[in-house]
Design a protein around this ligand. Structure first.
Ligand SMILES: [Zn+2]
Ligand SMILES: [Zn+2]
Length: 326
């Protein structure tokens, strides 16, 4: 059972509410093309996920069955609470390395490509996260968290993250100390130097405070959303593929320059080839956001896609979603 699919109607109701708030307050947090692109990426991710999540789940179940150290019961409340918190701990490291290692960033970057920040951005998910993502949750299987509990807390974690993708909610007082909120997640989606690669938690911000990756949203530094090298496309397939292709080209160039030695690893960093550096190093070397944010050379503020493309994407998204509903 996929809990996320059942939440989709509520997502759309909340997006409609956010659009109403936009109009009421006279602000513009949506561009139609960008929102369609984010929704298309989300539908693609959900559709692909129906086929690929079995890989991670099967591995998890096998590890739980044969390598599990404890026998935790799905009928114990404390097991659910423990799993919910421990899942977020594993998510923190999955997410953090997703920003710090090129090969993982290739998957996760899809979620960050939008230069807007609204509830449709929350649905902008990768279609390739299944390749390495499952590795980070193996400790839960080893500790004996049953697959049903694992799947449920994973869905709850993802559902929680939906509401924080909005610019309409300000800082939330004491809540900011413990939980991921719209304010500290806006920081996470920023490309400003001061904000980059911060606030990785899914539900709890405590991990960031503990491991030194927390950054508060500052009044004097308005957030500039997006990635430092813009996607510059509305195509959801390209959104998922472009960084892998860039890595592949770099690896080939690197291999040739080293007399045929394979350089497929993103850690291999020949001088003058910034794509092979871990993202934070690369981004900071390329960053062009001024401290006042008056200019941002790396954004791609195209406001529209051709009408025919837009209609095709809407139609494809609706078809995929209809197909994905069990
Ligand atoms: Zn991220
Ligand atoms: Zn996000």
């Amino acid at each position: 059972m996929n809990y996320i699919l059942y939440a989709v109607p509520f997502f759309f109701v909340l997006i409609a509410l956010e659009l109403f708030l936009d109009r009421w307050r006279g602000v513009h947090t949506y561009r139609f093309s960008d929102a369609v692109n984010s929704l298309s990426a989300g539908v693609l991710s959900t559709t692909v996920g129906l086929l690929t999540k079995a890989v991670g789940l099967l591995t998890y179940t096998l590890v739980w069955q044969y390598l599990g150290v404890f026998e935790l019961s799905a009928s114990s409340l404390w097991v659910w609470l423990f799993a919910f918190v421990f899942y977020d701990f594993c998510y923190y490291w999955n997410h953090r390395l997703g920003h710090e290692r090129n090969v993982l960033w290739a998957a996760h970057s899809v979620h960050h490509q939008s230069e807007d920040y609204n509830l449709s951005t929350a649905l902008r998910q990768t279609s390739t996260g299944f390749i390495f993502g499952w590795i980070f949750y193996v400790p839960m299987a080893v500790l004996g968290v049953p697959p049903l509990v694992f799947l449920s807390v994973a869905a709850l974690n993802l559902l929680y993250q939906f509401w924080v993708h909005t610019r309409h909610i300000p800082k939330l007082g004491w809540f900011e100390w413990f939980f991921i909120t719209p304010s500290n997640h806006r920081v996470h989606h920023a490309q400003n130097v001061v904000y980059m690669d911060r606030n990785y938690g899914g539900v709890f911000i405590l991990w960031d405070r503990l491991f030194g990756t927390f950054q508060e949203e500052l009044d004097e530094e308005p957030v500039v959303f997006g990635v430092t090298t813009p996607l510059a496309s509305w195509n959801p397939l390209w959104a998922n593929a472009q960084f892998y292709l860039a890595l592949w080209r770099d690896a080939m160039r690197c291999g040739r320059s080293r007399g045929g030695t394979s350089c497929a690893s993103g850690l291999c960093a020949p001088a003058g080839d910034p794509l092979m550096l871990p993202r934070n190093t690369r981004s900071k070397s390329r960053i062009s956001v001024s401290s006042s944010n008056s200019t941002c050379r790396s954004t791609w503020r195209k406001n529209s896609m051709p009408g025919r493309n837009s209609a095709c994407m809407c139609w494809a998204a609706l078809c995929c979603w209809a197909w994905a509903i069990p």
